[in-house]
Design a binder for this molecule. Structure first.
Ligand code: ATR
Length: 287
């Protein structure tokens, strides 16, 4: 980063807040490792200013942007093109500079896709249970249907939120693969040997002893779990899975790979596993 020159391209993150973001570490480390003349900064943008920010970024020749909370939906109105899956999900977190403006992608799901591959969790033909029905669950339900899961069950406190996601996924893929059920019915599922993806905010630091589904049959019937939370690095959900002898992973690799996928889109490059591993170490997240 001490090498900013006249030729250095700028990328950045728009959101509010942005100060906590680890994305600058991901992208600036990748640029250093790969010898790419790029710098990444954060830009705090108010909701009223999104259009001005995206237009301004284009005028300033900014190469690419990440978009985070609360702008992932609203930013879509400012784009000249949107990847079809990101459009269906209804959330964009990565902007690629193209002729006349930016094209939107959703690399959050690419991040989870790569984490699952790395942990050898093959979704195709599997039953998947998603805990939660917020923005992350929505993206993940689309990913699981795209990966041809045998079934996707959204378990959520508010049944309607799960039902809305199930309807959108089923409409998009034109098959009846996704359904919603109440979180309280977790122990009564008719499926077993399922992959669980934990997307609720329950268990996030500092509430590290909280869990969306209390210990019970649900865990005994599960095969493997992923919690998208990475702070703490071992959530209560993961601990209960482990106590039943089931592997459970946190969301740190998903975080890493959503950044890697964005970096690849902006620079038209492929980040090696070795470089990705170095960035992961730079993030300093406990395993
Ligand atoms: P994100 O964008 O990270 O997915 P979100 O959209 O705020 O975050 O979604 C949070 C999810 O956690 C929701 O599914 C929410 O359930 P509701 O749809 O019923 O609100 C779930 N959640 C939050 N607090 C919860 C709690 N105490 N018990 C169960 N689920 C909870």
């Amino acid at each position: 980063m001490n090498h900013i020159k006249g030729t250095t391209r700028v990328c950045g993150l728009i959101g509010n807040p942005v100060a906590h973001s680890v994305s600058p570490v991901i992208h600036n480390t990748l640029a250093d490792l790969m010898g790419i003349d790029l710098v990444y900064a954060t830009f705090k943008v108010n909701a009223d200013d999104i259009e001005a920010a995206v237009k301004g970024a284009y005028a300033l020749d900014i190469l690419g942007m990440n978009v985070t909370v609360p702008h992932k939906q609203a930013v879509m109105d400012t784009l000249v093109d949107i990847d079809p899956l990101a459009r269906a999900i209804g959330a964009v977190n990565t902007l690629q500079r193209v002729d006349g403006g930016y094209k939107g992608y959703n690399t959050d799901i690419l991040g989870l896709e790569r984490e699952l591959e790395e942990e050898h969790i093959d979704i195709k033909g599997r039953d998947v249970v998603i805990l939660g029905a917020g923005g992350a669950a929505r993206s993940i339900a689309f990913l699981c249907a795209k990966k041809e899961a045998a079934s996707v069950t959204l378990l959520n406190r508010t049944l309607k939120n799960g039902q809305d996601i199930a309807d959108s996924v089923n409409n998009f893929f034109k098959k009846d693969v996704t359904r919603a059920a109440a979180l309280a019915s977790a122990d009564d599922l008719s499926i077993s040997d399922y992959v669980v993806i934990q997307t609720t905010s329950v268990g996030l630091f500092p509430n590290v002893d909280d869990v969306a589904v209390p210990d019970g049959v649900f865990y005994e019937k599960a095969a493997v779990g992923v919690d998208i939370i990475y702070n703490p690095s071992q959530t209560k959900f993961m601990k209960i899975m482990s106590s039943h002898g089931k592997a459970a992973y946190n969301g740190s690799k998903m975080l890493l790979y959503q950044g890697v996928a964005a970096f690849e889109i902006w620079n038209g490059c492929k980040v090696s596993s070795a470089d990705a591993a170095k960035v992961y170490r730079a993030l300093n997240i406990a395993d």
